[in-house]
Design a protein. Structure first.
Length: 568
């Protein structure tokens, strides 16, 4: 159970410090206090033997410029009125380290993928930026393997920042100097205390990414147990697991493994907060290990919009006793409240240089979208994550494109929501929009699919509804309804396809349908194992090429939310 703190008077205080302490006491709980006065910091945990500050990011997804005031990707170092990005992140970290110079900065993976910065520059941009950010350690997420493990290794070859990946096993061992840089864990010292930091990535990388042969992802729990035993034998009694597993898996992990004090997580894009009504859980999440010791779990949403800030007080045995924390929104108002230094000019220039070809790509119009909601009002869709849980405009357009180019004979198109990385805007469409939406090197494929397998695929797509899984299916030539209150495997209540006459008919499990999708899920990605027994014919274009041609040949595209997917 979270402890509230009593602050003891230990020195003569200024009037302003007394005001801060009064506010602090009235708040009741340490985690809800936002103390910025340097004079108040020595009083943070007066009874603690050791205090540690942890700053953390996760699921940046190449959002190096953050987002605009409208929630779209910013392709500059700083967009006026925007939030997040590496420049603001760097300012906030430097501000906090003015008071807490020993603060750890950790990243929990999925730096790759998600914006045109990645699509055009791949690992090169991150290689140029990472060592300037002051991280103590980073780990891979599943998307670090989207272009195969060799791309991830090329990043590591150019980095000085420690890379941790305890459960990533190469067999056979590739001839790469990066292998010597990847460690299962590191041990750092702060104020004479040893701190062990372990890196773990999800075992599901082969089904959520395309790592290629020669790399395996072993059990996160077994790997963590082994690392904790080795660290404890080295007299390390404060252990942080930096993980790319998802919030619920993180919680299960600390309940199962003794010796872990803090988990810095990622993968589920969860926002934790004590004051934001949209938060998934409080910051931090408080759990207990099997022996009853307190363990804290934190994560910080996605797209580098927040910086997680956790202060922890330990006793002489390295046991967590007190804590406070919050996700820091990286906007101008917050930076001013932190008394942040000016932007790092070198960092600004680097990002601006990488942004030049991106901006050029964003200036050529190849088509237009006229998007409207059910009432006919203009529709904007800034959050592509909606495509993982409801019908979305971007999903409708992409699925329609796949059903049209290159397979005009397709009856049905399906696309996993996780394939869609940025939303398509209403209005003018550029090549940059296309590549931002479909950055993967996926190929359209077509097959004659039994209705029984199509139904299984729809069930699989909603089996983990509400968890933000990428397997949620967007569709064209098909509509379906499901009830998330029903048991997984029996949630789809009806499915209909559109006949050539335009009439909607029930999907017959005994019939066969011409279905197009992308090779990622046709090969079993996102858990679509039911597709691997089918014979697929491959198209002559990449999926993003199909989308580009669709805009060029069929614009203006009139699109609405048409109740293709109904939640009962």
């Amino acid at each position: 159970m979270k402890k509230c703190m009593v602050v003891k008077k230990t020195m003569k205080l200024s009037w302003w410090s007394l005001v801060l302490i009064t506010i602090f006491l009235l708040s009741g709980c340490a985690s809800q206090v936002q103390v910025t006065s340097r004079q108040s910091l020595p009083l943070l945990f007066p009874d603690a033997d050791f205090t540690l500050t942890i700053l953390h990011t996760n699921d940046v997804h190449s959002s190096y410029g953050g987002i605009t005031d409208k929630g779209m990707t910013c392709y500059s170092a700083l967009c006026e009125g925007g939030r997040g990005g590496y420049v603001r992140l760097d300012q906030a970290v430097r501000a906090i380290r003015q008071d807490s110079p020993d603060a750890l900065l950790l990243d929990a993976g999925d730096i790759f993928q998600g914006t045109l910065f990645w699509t055009l520059h791949k690992e090169r941009m991150h290689m140029a930026l990472m060592d300037k950010m002051g991280y103590q350690a980073i780990i891979p997420g599943n998307h670090e393997f989207d272009d195969g493990w060799a791309t991830w290794l090329r990043l590591i070859e150019g980095l000085k920042t420690p890379v941790l990946a305890a459960n990533v096993v190469f067999d056979p061992r590739p001839d790469s100097p990066a292998l010597d840089k990847i460690k299962p864990y590191i041990v750092l010292e702060r104020q004479g205390r040893k701190i062990g930091i372990v890196g773990l990535v999800t075992e599901d990388v082969p089904t959520t990414s395309t790592p290629g042969p020669g790399v395996e992802f072993s059990s996160a729990q077994a790997t963590l147990e082994k690392a904790v035993a080795e660290l404890t034998a080295q007299d390390v009694h404060i252990i942080i697991a930096v993980t790319h597993l998802g919030l619920e898996v993180d919680r299960q992990l600390v309940r199962a493994v003794d010796g872990v004090d803090i988990v810095v997580g990622a993968h589920s894009h969860s926002l934790l907060s004590n004051y934001n009504k949209k938060a998934e859980a409080p910051y931090p999440v408080v759990e207990q290990t099997p022996d009853g010791t307190t363990a804290l779990v934190v994560t910080a949403s996605t797209a580098c919009i927040y910086l997680g800030h956790l202060d922890v007080g330990f006793d002489s045995e390295g046991v967590v006793r007190e804590w406070r924390g919050r996700p820091i929104l990286l906007d101008q108002a917050t930076l001013e409240s932190l008394h942040a230094p000016e932007p790092n000019a070198e960092l600004v220039q680097l990002i601006e240089d990488f942004a030049v070809p991106v901006k050029e790509m964003m200036q050529t119009t190849i088509g237009t979208v006229n998007a409207a909601d059910k009432e006919g009002l203009p529709l904007e869709e800034p959050n592509v994550m909606e495509c993982r849980k409801v019908e979305c405009m971007t999903g409708n357009i992409v699925a329609d494109a796949l059903r049209t180019v290159p397979f005009s004979e397709a009856q049905i198109a399906i696309i996993n929501g996780g394939a869609l990385r940025t939303s398509l805007p209403g209005g003018a469409i550029t090549p940059g929009n296309v590549l931002g939406t479909l950055p993967f090197q996926n190929t359209p494929v077509i097959t004659d699919m039994p209705g029984e397998i199509l139904w299984q695929a729809l069930e699989h797509g909603v089996a983990k509804y509400g968890e933000g899984e990428g397997g949620f299916l967007q569709v064209s030539g098909l509509r379906y309804a499901f009830n998330p209150a029903l048991a997984p495997g029996s949630r789809v209540t009806r499915a209909e396809f559109q006949a050539p006459s335009g009439q909607w008919l029930p999907v017959d499990k005994q019939s066969t349908y011409r279905v197009v999708t992308v090779d990622f899920i046709a090969n079993g990605g996102d858990g679509f194992d039911m597709f691997t027994s089918l014979l697929w014919a491959e198209g002559d274009k990449l999926a993003n090429d199909s989308l580009r041609v669709y805009f060029e040949e069929y614009s203006p595209i009139a699109i609405q939310l048409e109740e293709r997917i109904i939640i009962e």
